[in-house]
Ligand binder design. Structure first.
Ligand code: GTP
Length: 574
């Protein structure tokens, strides 16, 4: 799993709860409350206005009563003034006051039309007021027509006073009732005002509180949303990071697969080293490194290739014990070159910055074939640890396969007793070398060698002794061969040497050297010296004696036959 993917899945699965329901609930509650407060205030205001209107109405009624009373008194005064002075102005005042009293009476009736009791009183007052005005006018008329005495009799009858007393009594009752109503309406108006005030204060307070809660919830939601957005942004960044990590991991795996496939197709160790260098460079471009291979002797490990800007100096050849990974048979990683146990084959330069290094043994079929070493930054080494192991494993398998192939190849072309090439390889090589020399117009010599009296040697020292002799001769021939010569065991105690680009004289000289060397051979077998041995050699050369491989071998064989017949331990030319 690429780094960060578990954190990513946590982030994606962790729920984010937004307080949406509480916000909506509070908003609805605040709205309902505000509407209720509004309705209460409106209805309270209406009632307050109505109550205030009623108070005004009461005041107007009381004022109407007062004005009616005053107007009646004015009429009475005008009547009295007229009787006392006879002045005509009083009479005209009386005449003017009469319709006004009547109008004020009607006004009073209209004023209290809503109240049945007051309405009845008002009608009675209006009727009595009109009657009182009529009495004053009658009294004035008596004065005019019959004189003061008649008018005074009328006054003395107290008819006008009785009517007026009744009017006053009714007006007092009516005013008292209006004052009672006034007090009642003022109380109601005060109560309305008080209710209105409290409803407004309470409603506004509660609404403000709810709005505060909504505001707080919205701030909280905003905070949570910002957090969610940050998480989403961080998640998508991590997702992109993970996708990129997966892409790189996929590309590296593809590269590893490609490298492994090419390694498996390599025919030689050098080819495998070249492919390994390319693969490791592509897989770990930020790391320098190298590959050591164990020599056939198993006692030394040799640096075969290296690459990149490794911060270390690598020993060219080392003992297997110089590498912790080889010694312990498992990867060895040092995070800090200054503090860790760096392998002896790696050396940090004096001025080198601290670095990390890892060595992975190349092990296959229980055999340590070498090691891969990488060095660079600690993070890079740590990040690629598993991939390094996988690449090293693939390289181990490829090297092991190459080793196996080499063993099989050697087995198929080498004679196990002498270590020389076998007859099959001889036949292939002779054809090839003849063609090559012919192309270059160069000679090629063939030497056929047969040990003398080998049957007797066998009989004397046993078959094991004979085998030991064959082994010694094989090693001797191998040692006396040049790099381009091919020494083969032709069969039994017969050997053939192919000497490319050697003419017959060179071949003769070489044959003499070999014959001489074999005659001086000291063979120890089971702590016994097996005595001297000689050989006979027949030499033929191309194109001097034959062009074809089989003809050339036959010519050498014929020369050998002559050497045997001539007394053995000699060289004969075809
Ligand atoms: N020990 C051993 N003996 C072998 C091997 N191959 C062949 N021989 C023996 O080599 C002997 C060859 O004998 P001969 O062909 O008669 O030749 P020779 O005794 O060497 O006599 P000349 O060649 O005439 O000098 C035989 O006895 C074979 O059995 C082998 O691989 N090991």
């Amino acid at each position: 799993m690429p780094p960060g993917s578990s954190r990513l899945s946590n982030l994606l699965t962790q729920p984010l709860r937004l307080p949406r329901r509480s916000v909506w609930t509070s908003l609805v509650a605040a709205t309902v409350l505000l509407l209720a407060v509004g309705a209460t205030v409106v209805s309270g205001a209406r009632r307050f206005v109505q109550d205030t209107r009623w108070v005004g109405h009461t005041h107007a009624t009381i004022e109407q009563i007062s004005r009616l009373y005053a107007r009646i008194r004015d009429v009475e005064s005008a009547q009295r003034g007229y009787l006392l002075t006879g002045h005509i102005d009083y009479l005209s005042q009386l005449e003017v006051g009469a319709p006004e009293v009547e109008a004020l009476g009607r006004g009073l009736i209209d004023q209290v039309r809503d109240n049945a009791a007051q309405h009845a009183r008002a009608r009675e007052i209006a009727t009595l007021a009109v009657e009182r005005v009529a009495i004053s006018r009658q009294t004035a008329a008596l004065y005019q027509e019959q004189g003061l005495a008649s008018a005074q009799r009328e006054v003395a009858s107290n008819r006008g006073k009785r009517v007026m007393d009744h009017v006053v009594e009714l007006m007092r009752a009516m005013e008292a009732e209006e004052r009672r109503l006034l007090a009642q309406r003022e109380t109601a108006s005060d109560a309305s005002a008080w209710r209105l005030q409290w409803a407004a204060a309470l409603g506004i307070g509660l609404s403000l509180a709810l709005i505060g809660i909504v505001f707080w919830l919205m701030l909280r939601e905003n905070r949570v949303r910002r957090l969610a957005e940050r998480r989403a942004a961080s998640s998508s960044a991590q997702l992109a990071e993970s996708v990129e990590a997966l892409r790189l991991a996929g590309a590296r795996l593809h590269e590893l697969q490609r490298g492994a496939s090419m390694l498996q197709s390599c025919r030689t160790t050098d080819e495998a080293m070249d492919i390994a260098r390319q693969t490791f460079t592509r897989l770990f471009p930020d790391l320098g490194g190298g590959i050591y291979l164990t020599r056939a002797s198993q006692n030394l490990v040799e640096l075969r290739i290296d690459w990149g800007d490794a911060p270390t100096d690598c020993a060219q050849v080392m003992s297997p014990n110089d590498c912790w990974a080889v010694r312990r048979g498992q990867p060895h990683t040092v995070d800090d070159s200054r503090n860790g146990s760096l392998c002896a084959h790696l050396a940090a330069g004096a001025d080198a910055a601290p670095f990390a290094a890892t060595c992975v043994p190349l092990v296959a079929r229980g055999e340590t074939l070498g090691l891969v070493h990488l060095a660079g930054s600690r993070d890079t080494i740590a990040a690629h640890a598993e991939l390094v192991l996988a690449a090293a494993e693939q390289l181990s398998l490829a090297l092991s396969n190459l080793q196996l192939q080499e063993t099989l190849r050697v087995q198929s072309i080498r004679d196990p007793l002498t270590g020389l090439y076998n007859r099959r390889y001889l036949e292939e090589s002779l054809e090839r070398e003849l063609a090559r020399c012919a192309r270059r117009h160069q000679p090629l010599a063939v030497m056929m060698l047969d040990l003398d009296h080998f049957k007797r040697f066998n009989d004397t020292h046993g078959h094991d002794g004979g085998d030991a002799l064959l082994g010694h001769v094989g090693r001797l021939l191998d040692a006396l061969c040049r790099g381009e010569d091919i020494a083969c065991r032709y069969g039994g105690e017969e050997f053939i040497l192919i000497l490319p680009e050697a003419d017959i004289e060179v071949a003769r000289t070489r044959a003499e050297q070999i014959r001489s060397a074999i005659s001086e051979l000291q063979i120890l077998h089971l702590r016994r010296s097996l005595g001297p041995v000689t050989c006979s050699i027949g030499v033929a050369a191309s194109p001097m004696h034959a062009d074809a491989a089989s003809a050339l071998v036959q010519a050498a064989d014929a020369a050998l036959y002559r050497a045997k017949n001539a007394g053995r331990n000699r060289v004969e030319i075809a």
